[in-house]
Design a protein around this ligand. Structure first.
Ligand code: FAD
Length: 285
């Protein structure tokens, strides 16, 4: 964690200054268009607040889409909110409610489908602007973060002030740069009064590399050239059938591959061009 915080400071050099006088003004500024940030930005605009969403990747949805965690487990019975709306949009897209194509989850989908659903919702909100960028610096007034400056992929600098700034980056880049206090791990129920938070601890989930694989069907050989430094020994014991001198993983290869199997159907929306269009409009005005 110390390393990641160090990286945070390197990525976002602290140019802590008062609210920038030449900045664009908005009601709500969300940094990070992942699972939480995208939902926050869309709902904020739906409630009538002028909103700017700054995301460093070209996809909306973060872990849920760009990072390939598109078979979400957890409580599948949540009856409302943006997750339910998202789920209904997936049912519509795939023409079925049976999205339990992977055994870990009742709701699996292709990452690009999730991204295009979020983008189609964002596009409907005329007061929501999207900026594909990484913050360069943040502005503070007293102990309140009031805005950031960002550079887009063309190198242009955009300064944004907001009444409310939401840091929805996974490592809290903006708040870390502001010097705000932070805590790690699970919440302390004594502080939050949340009954769901069972006990305070410092557990942080292990790093996981997610990959999207494509099934080309039986008999198709898509073996790639052996990558430089590839060492098959590192993957021994990774499934029950893999060569193994020690303790094999309990599941066979098919079961491992079926863990997060996604349904397949062509995407309905391709809206990234429109959103980039919004970005350019915002920079010019
Ligand atoms: C492998 C794995 C499996 C998981 N499985 C489940 C599951 O099955 N069910 C479940 O409920 N939860 C699961 N989780 C947890 C869940 O994915 C996260 O809790 C959730 O995605 C967090 O959402 P977020 O919006 O805070 O962050 P993220 O979804 O990670 O979004 C952060 C966003 O911020 C952007 N960003 C980062 N830095 C910057 C910057 N400086 N400037 C601009 N943008 C930036 C990123 O590009 C990203 O889009 C899993 C997590 C992992 C890692």
């Amino acid at each position: 964690m110390k390393i990641s915080l160090l990286l945070t400071f390197l990525i976002l050099p602290v140019l802590v200054a008062a609210q920038h006088p030449d900045a664009d003004r908005t009601d709500v500024l969300v940094i990070g268009g992942g699972t939480g940030g995208t939902a926050a930005a869309i709902q904020s605009a739906r409630l009538g607040a002028r909103t700017i969403l700054v995301e460093s990747a070209s996809m909306f949805g973060g872990m849920l889409t760009a990072a390939g965690v598109s078979c979400a487990d957890g409580n599948d019975q949540l009856p409302s909110g943006i997750w339910e709306e998202f789920r209904q949009a997936l049912y519509k897209h795939y023409g079925t409610k049976n999205l339990n194509t992977g055994w870990v989850s009742n709701t699996c989908f292709e990452p690009h489908v999730g991204d295009s659903i979020f983008k189609s919702w964002a596009k409907k909100e005329k007061i929501l602007k999207y900026c594909l960028a990484i913050p360069l610096a943040m502005y503070k007034a007293g102990n309140k973060v009031t805005g950031v400056s960002v550079t887009d992929e063309t190198g242009k600098i955009l300064k944004i002030n907001a009444k409310v700034v939401i840091d929805a980056t996974e490592t809290g880049d903006v708040l870390a740069a502001s010097g705000a206090a932070y805590d790690l791990g699970m919440d302390d129920p004594a502080v939050t009064n949340e009954k769901e938070a069972i006990q305070k601890n410092d557990i942080i989930q292990d790093l996981t590399w997610a990959a999207i694989l494509k099934d080309y069907g039986p008999g198709i050989d898509k073996t790639i050239t052996r990558p430089l430094n590839y060492d098959s020994l590192k993957y021994f014991c990774s499934t029950a059938e893999a060569p193994c001198n020690g303790k094999p993983y309990i599941y066979n290869t098919k079961k491992v591959l079926d863990y997060g199997s996604c349904p397949v159907r062509p995407a309905v929306h391709q809206t990234s061009t429109c959103l980039i269009g919004q970005l350019m409009e915002m920079i010019i005005t």
